[in-house]
Design a protein around this ligand. Structure first.
Ligand code: PEP
Ligand code: MN
Length: 365
């Protein structure tokens, strides 16, 4: 996957930052008063750099509130002038870009439903070409790192250097405690392949309700993410969109006060940490060797099944095995959900190997 060498201006160079980037504001702009009152309350916390508000809302059903559109851009311009915030809105088309730029919006973000669509992202990239605006790209709805990276590349190719990604969680077909599962491995992989790209975490859309937001925000800090985007509404109970996940300004202040900012580790002169990491390296090596032995055994079984005309997958055996592994894992304090995912992965790989054995034998016949 591409991405490594993007030329990106660090956040610190275009936002006046004292540590961590905080973007806050309502899910949707609903009235000028709602925007001004929310912004005023956020201004007094003194911690927020960028004020967000949805002007055009992508809704699943046509009956939903679709945003106030152009008139709300004027309200947002007032917020910017009166409260001295940078402002951010979601754009989903070149026309949105044009109007946002006309109204001096500082940051445009591409929503999860737009990132999935290369046609739309290309059109938006054309529309931002030549401007000095900042663009933040939310991850696509589905856990698809490649299309997230592709959208970032398209915006970068249009010459945008104030660029960031926003992690807002992913659709997951199993029930989870979140609205959109965080799947941290995906933003972590994005950081690995593109280390200079800032990643902002959006706990509001990950959680879907307010009581999980603290946990996800702290996790974002602990994983060295670069900022948070949090939905804050002056009266969340009256919100026209995403009411359940929006904090009121007092709750937001309380959240920010209680976040623990830990030290980043940039060097290895911490002896204890180095010793513990070495032990982990050795354990990982053992784990890899055991996995290799397990797969060799799986191949042997594959040959046996093939010679004896047996099916690859015996559902009963798989169900029994999974129950058994989850049980032994939980006796040793391992999380059930984690064990389930791990064994699902190991099992999928085992099936893939056996299928390869079956196919290669078929082609010899
Ligand atoms: C939003 O930020 O209000 C929004 C619609 O987000 P997403 O694109 O992540 O669903
Ligand atoms: Mn929202």
């Amino acid at each position: 996957m591409e991405c490594k060498e993007l030329e990106i201006i660090p956040l610190r160079q275009w936002i006046h930052l004292d540590g961590f980037l905080l973007i806050a504001g309502p899910c949707s702009a609903e009235s000028e008063n709602q925007l001004l009152e929310t912004a005023q309350a956020l201004r007094s916390s003194g911690k927020v750099q960028i004020f967000r508000a949805g002007i055009w809302k992508p809704r699943t059903h046509p009956a939903g509130f679709e945003g106030k559109g152009e008139e709300a851009l004027k309200w947002l311009r007032n917020v910017k002038q009166l409260m001295d915030f940078m402002t951010a809105v979601e754009v989903g088309s070149p026309r949105h870009v044009e109007l946002a730029l006309e109204n001096q919006v500082d940051v445009l973000w591409i929503g999860a439903r737009t990132t999935v669509n290369p046609f739309m992202v290309s059109e938006i990239a054309q529309a931002v070409k030549g401007s000095d605006v900042a663009v933040m790209v939310k991850n696509p709805v589905n856990p698809d790192l490649d299309s997230w990276v592709g959208a970032i590349e398209r915006i970068h190719q249009a010459g945008i250097k104030k660029l960031a990604a926003i992690h807002r969680g992913f659709f997951f077909f199993h029930k989870t405690p979140w609205r959109n599962a965080p799947m941290w491995e995906i933003p972590i992989e994005l950081k690995r392949i593109c280390p200079c790209l800032p990643i902002i975490v959006d706990p509001s859309h990950i959680c879907g309700k307010t009581d999980l937001i603290r946990d996800i925000s702290q996790k974002a800090l602990d994983l060295e993410m670069d900022g948070l985007m949090i939905e804050v509404h002056i009266h969340p109970e009256q919100a026209l969109t995403d009411g359940e996940q929006q904090l009121n300004p007092i709750e937001f202040d309380d959240l920010i006060k209680h976040l623990i900012i830990r030290q980043k580790i940039n060097n290895l002169d911490d002896d204890t940490l180095e010793r513990l990491r070495l032990e982990v390296d050795e354990l990982d090596q053992e784990l890899i060797e055991i996995l290799a032995r397990r797969m060799a055994m799986i191949d042997e079984i594959g040959h046996y099944k093939n010679q004896n005309h047996l099916t690859i997958l015996q559902i009963k055996r798989w169900q029994q095995m999974l129950t058994d592994r989850l049980e032994s894992g939980s006796q040793l304090g391992l999380d059930k959900e984690f064990m389930h995912r791990l064994f699902q992965l190991v099992h999928d790989e085992s099936i893939r190997r056996q299928q390869r054995i079956f196919n290669s034998n078929k082609s010899k016949e």
